[in-house]
Design a protein around this ligand. Structure first.
Ligand code: TXA
Ligand code: MG
Length: 352
């Protein structure tokens, strides 16, 4: 792949200096690739209305061509051009959750190039909440197709440094807006079916959705590896740090003991082992402090979501071979966390 001279533009997300977005907006509009922060993770954007520009996203990430992209918009008026119809409940969902971490699946219009949707008849659209993302899309004045700005398969980037690690020399601009907030990607909700179906759990929880909708399903493939997921991206191995990941699930009072047993066994076999734990449990692990990372506070699951990908990447920097991690309660945003951890672990789970 031809190397590009990637420009890094630093913008303070608390006080967005809009003029700094002029250059990236022009580049985006005229065919370049721009990585930018959203409230979930960093995205790698291209003009969604141009098939050739969009094809560069797949090349830069090494992404399989059948894994469709999310189109990001900054104003509701941009939606009409992208979709063939807006179902009844879409309006309620947009009113309640946009801008924010909810991606909606619509039947697509003919204006959306085939490589944006991986050949599907549907298109994924979301309006992000991050000011830099919104200002950039407004200035470019085009809808922006953007997957997470990581090399395909690696943990999603929650900091510009993660994007630099993965995509330096492969994209035109990286906008450094500091750390993202939510930390896991948007919820992908299919509203072309009844009841609406969660294809990927994310920043907007099922509990949040039920405040607006009467009923919501999870795609059964989320829990059954034998079924084909409705969201093509969910079938790929994902979020994988270089280290292998093993999750210990079950009653919390038994987990640390079991993790220590595993830690001692693997360390004796000369593996370099890291432990991913929580504020509540960190003192159980009497090991070198460099080998244990605290992911967050179980009583504030949003802290766990926010730190998840950063911790997985940090273990790679530390250079561990195996990460042993506690499971997280599967409710609220904890569902998104466990979905990503199980994928990172490739199903490698110990039940206690
Ligand atoms: O928070 C996010 O959603 C981030 C930021 C950058 O917005 N984006 C993101 O994009 O996570 P990506 O490409 O990493 O994940 C998009 C997911 C994939 O699982 C893909 O298969 C699914 O959305 N998707 C996209 N279009 C779809 C469609 N038409 N039908 C079903 N699933 C779709
Ligand atoms: Mg991704």
């Amino acid at each position: 792949m031809k190397y590009k001279d990637t420009k890094i533009i630093k913008i303070d997300d608390g006080n967005v200096e809009c003029y700094k977005l002029n250059v990236p907006a022009d580049i985006l509009k005229s065919g370049g690739l721009v990585a930018f922060p959203t409230e979930t993770v960093y995205g790698l954007g291209a003009n969604a209305l141009n098939e050739e520009y969009v094809s560069n996203i797949y090349k830069a990430k090494g992404r399989p061509s059948d894994n469709p992209l999310i189109v990001h918009i900054a104003e509701i008026s941009q939606l009409d051009n992208l979709v063939s119809e807006t179902p009844q409940n879409a309006k309620k969902l947009m009113d309640a959750f946009w801008p924010g971490p909810l991606t909606l699946i619509f039947n697509k219009s003919n204006n959306v190039p085939n490589n944006v949707t991986g050949g599907l008849n549907t298109v994924a659209v979301r309006m992000p909440r991050h000011k830099i993302a919104l200002d950039l899309i407004k200035k470019a004045n085009v809808p922006v197709a953007a997957p997470s700005a990581n090399t395909s398969g690696k943990p999603s980037p929650t900091d510009a440094n993660h994007v630099i690690e993965d995509l330096m020399g492969r994209v035109d601009v990286i906008i450094d807006g500091g750390q993202t907030g939510v930390g896991v990607e948007s919820t992908v909700l299919d509203i072309t079916c009844d009841p609406p179906t969660i294809l990927r759990p994310g920043g907007v929880t099922k509990e949040n959705l039920l405040e607006v909708l009467e009923n919501v399903n999870f795609d059964p493939a989320l829990k059954d590896a034998e079924l084909a997921p409705k969201s093509p991206g969910m079938k790929y191995t994902h979020y994988s740090p270089k280290a292998s990941v093993k999750i210990v699930c079950g009653d919390l009072k038994n987990i640390p003991n079991r993790i220590m047993k595993e830690y001692n066994k693997l360390t004796n076999e000369n593996f370099n082992v890291g432990i991913l734990c929580t504020e509540e449990t960190k003192n159980y692990y009497e090991i070198d402090n460099n080998k244990k990372l605290v992911i967050g506070d179980r009583s504030k699951p949003e802290t766990i979501a926010s730190n998840l990908f950063k911790c997985l990447r940090k273990f790679d920097t530390i250079g561990v071979d195996i990460i042993l991690t506690e499971c997280i309660e599967e409710k609220g945003i904890g569902r998104a966390v466990m979905n990503r951890l199980i994928k990172a672990a490739g199903g490698n789970i110990i039940i206690v």
